[in-house]
Structures are given as structure tokens and as C-alpha cells.
Design a protein around this ligand. Structure first.
Ligand SMILES: Nc1ncnc2c1ncn2[C@@H]1O[C@H](COP(=O)(O)OP(=O)(O)OP(=O)(O)O)[C@@H](O)[C@H]1O
Ligand SMILES: [Mg+2]
Length: 354
């Protein structure tokens, strides 16, 4: 096992800089997830760790050794891609052992390493089958097995579950986490799915446009997002943002027409400052009569276990995820309330947390 240290790494394609100085520390044995919207540079960063892309600037270390100019095959990493094509004419055992055969390992060693990986992955009974005789999830496990048999210092995953259907993805997510808990190989995992990131990571790196917006434990990012980008990216459904101004005594903010939102602690911004007030849909509840903020309902989505309500408060959109069944219709006014400590304040101009 080994740590991965990424220091001020840059990547340019011609004049266009895709990665604009990224630093990330992946401690030995950690499971770090890179997350961010399409095109933000996740795969590029992962491919630079793997050695499949050259680095324009900065340093990458694996286990303390600078590997900028080390050949991919000498980096002691194993990568699993989204498109993990298996060789159709080889059995599962042959697929899993292929890289070891290329590395000229002995038959006995290959057989024993494949057997070990198959045991970890629950594939022992499938080793003599061919890929087409396996389910999607089993094939995904074979792709994992190809990485595990190499016993690398670091696993690199690029959206390995995105080809699977929703149910299988949830199941494989748990399996991957379980495998990591057992073998503890340092892992860098790329996804654009924030739920996958939240549930699997020890530490999440949120990227946007080639920079790191925030690094932290999943619940740290959820509780204290550094800016409106992270706040809207982490958590589903997304956080509500309302344009407001800080009150005279700084204990609340108010919308243009005076809908008051109490704060958990005094605002650091001066009275009258324009700020963005953030509140997550799951932190709104039905108010006692005569209390709360009046929301005119524009859409209602019952899921059975909860009701997702969209509406408008003082001309601004807001959504609420309510844990009860509601007998309301669009156009109704619903009074919603919130715990002041669950509110977030951001600078109106920069989006930075206040
Ligand atoms: N070979 C290349 N030449 C020029 N530009 C490239 C090349 N590869 C990637 N890019 C650009 O670099 C940026 C980052 O791409 P990258 O594949 O790393 O994004 P990503 O975060 O993995 O996105 P996705 O979630 O869609 O996979 C994109 O704007 C992309 O167009
Ligand atoms: Mg990608």
C-alpha cells in the first residue's frame, strides 16, 4: 500500500488548461472520491496518476516517490474503467489472470492469485465460465478481479459502475466498499454521482473546471459547504438558495418583501448586506398554523415514503422534501418552518460561505 500525493498538478492541451493547479493528498489505505460535473477534469487527473497522460506541471508521488516520469507499468497501480471490456473468448479465470501471464508469472502463482481474488469477489464458482455467461454485476466484479490479482499499491477507478442499472449500482457500491474494508488498498475513485461519492468515500474532492473547490469528509461537505457550488452539488435534492439581506440585529435575513428567516448564529456580514441564504429541502418541515414562511405550491411529487414539494416564496423558487403524505394541490399556500441552525449563508457576489 502507499499514499498518493498530488501537488499543484497542471495539464494543458495546447493553449487550453484543463487542470489548473490541483493538490490532493490521498493517505495510505484511504478511499478518496473525485467528484464534479462532466468535463471538470476528473478522468484527466486520474489518467495522470496512472501515467496515461503526461503532466504539464506539478508533482505526483506514490508511496513518497515522484512518479511524473515513471512508465505506467512501473507505477504499481491498477485501473478499472467504465468500459471494462473483458476478452470474450477467455474464461473468467483467464481474463483475471491475463496481466499476470503477460508479466510471465508462473502458472501456479497465477492460479493462486486468481483463486484469492475470486474468493474476495465471490466469483469462485464462475471461474470456468465465459463473460457472456455472467450478469452485468458479475462481469463488473471480474473487471475488479483483474485489478486485484495484480496486488497493486493503488487502485484507480473511473466511473466503474456507470454501465450498471440503478439497483445493481447500489449493490456494487456496497460490495466495493466492503472489499476496500477488507484489503485496504489505497483507492482513488472517480464519479459524477454525488450519492456514490457520499456513501463510499473517506474523503471527497469536489472539482469544477480544473480546480478543487473543497476537500473533506462526506458529512463535512454536507454540513459546511465552502461555497454555493459545493452546496448545490453535494446533497440531493439540491440546496435551496434565496436572495436576502441581513437584518439590523444580524440575527436573521429577509427576502425583498420581508419574509424573515432566522439564523442559528449572528451573521458575520453587516446589516443590509445582500447574502444568499441556503436551506436544504430535507430541512424544511410543515409549520404550526400561523407560523413559518408561506410557500405557494407549484408542483407536488409523492414518492410514497415522502412528498417532494416545489413552490415559490416571495417570488423565489424553493423546494421541500417532507416526510409525510400531504393532501394539497398546486396553488395552495403551505407554511414551512426550519431550524435556524440548518441555514447557510453565502456571499451574494462570490458564493463563498460566510
Ligand atoms: N485529449 C484531449 N485533448 C483536448 N482536450 C481534452 C482531451 N481530453 C480531455 N480534454 C478536455 O479536458 C476537460 C476535462 O476532461 P475529463 O475527461 O477529464 O473530464 P471528466 O471530469 O472526466 O468528465 P466526465 O464526467 O464527462 O467523464 C474537458 O473539457 C475535455 O474536453
Ligand atoms: Mg471522465
Amino acid at each position: 500500500m502507499a499514499s498518493v500525493e498530488i501537488q499543484n498538478v497542471r495539464k494543458a492541451y495546447g493553449d487550453f488548461e484543463t487542470i489548473k493547479g490541483v493538490s490532493v493528498d490521498v493517505p495510505d489505505g484511504a478511499f478518496v472520491v473525485l467528484v464534479g460535473p462532466s468535463g471538470c477534469g476528473k478522468s484527466t487527473l486520474l489518467r495522470m496518476i496512472a501515467g496515461l497522460e503526461e503532466i504539464t506541471g506539478g508533482t505526483i508521488r506514490i508511496g513518497g516517490r515522484v512518479i511524473n516520469d515513471v512508465e505506467p507499468k512501473n507505477r504499481d497501480i491498477a485501473m478499472v474503467f467504465q468500459n471494462y471490456a473483458l476478452y470474450p473468448h477467455m474464461t473468467i479465470a483467464e481474463n483475471m489472470g491475463f496481466s499476470l501471464r503477460l508479466a510471465k508469472k508462473s502458472k501456479e502463482e497465477i492460479a493462486s492469485r486468481v483463486a484469492d481474488a475470486a474468493r474476495i469477489l465471490g466469483l469462485t464458482d464462475y471461474l470456468q465460465r465465459y463473460p457472456k455467461q455472467l450478469s452485468g454485476g458479475q462481469r463488473q466484479r471480474v473487471a475488479m478481479g483483474r485489478a486485484i490479482v495484480r496486488n497493486p499499491k493503488v487502485f484507480l477507478f473511473d466511473e466503474p459502475l456507470s454501465n450498471l442499472d440503478a439497483k445493481l449500482r447500489v449493490q456494487m457500491r456496497a460490495e466495493l466498499k466492503d472489499i476496500h474494508a477488507r484489503i485496504r488498498t489505497t483507492t482513488v475513485y472517480v464519479t459524477h454521482d454525488q450519492i456514490e461519492a457520499m456513501t463510499m468515500a473517506d474523503r471527497i474532492v469536489v472539482m469544477r473546471d480544473g480546480i478543487v473547490e473543497q476537500v473533506g469528509a462526506p458529512l463535512e461537505l454536507y454540513d459546511k459547504p465552502a461555497n454555493t457550488f459545493v452546496a448545490s452539488f453535494i446533497g440531493s435534492p439540491s440546496m435551496n438558495f434565496l436572495s436576502t439581506k441581513v437584518s439590523q440585529d444580524r440575527t436573521s435575513v429577509a427576502t425583498e418583501n420581508g419574509i424573515k428567516l432566522p439564523l442559528g448564529s449572528e451573521a458575520s456580514a453587516a446589516p443590509g448586506t445582500a447574502v444568499i441564504y441556503g436551506i436544504r429541502p430535507e430541512h424544511l418541515t410543515i409549520a404550526a398554523s400561523g407560523e413559518g414562511i408561506p410557500v405557494t405550491v407549484t408542483n407536488i411529487e409523492p414518492t410514497g415514503s415522502e412528498t417532494f414539494v416545489q413552490g415559490v416564496v416571495d417570488g423565489q423558487k424553493i423546494s421541500a422534501q417532507l416526510r409525510e403524505r400531504l393532501f394539497i394541490k398546486t396553488g395552495d399556500v403551505l407554511n414551512l418552518t426550519l431550524v435556524p441552525a440548518n441555514g447557510h449563508l453565502f456571499d451574494a457576489a462570490t458564493g463563498v460561505r460566510l
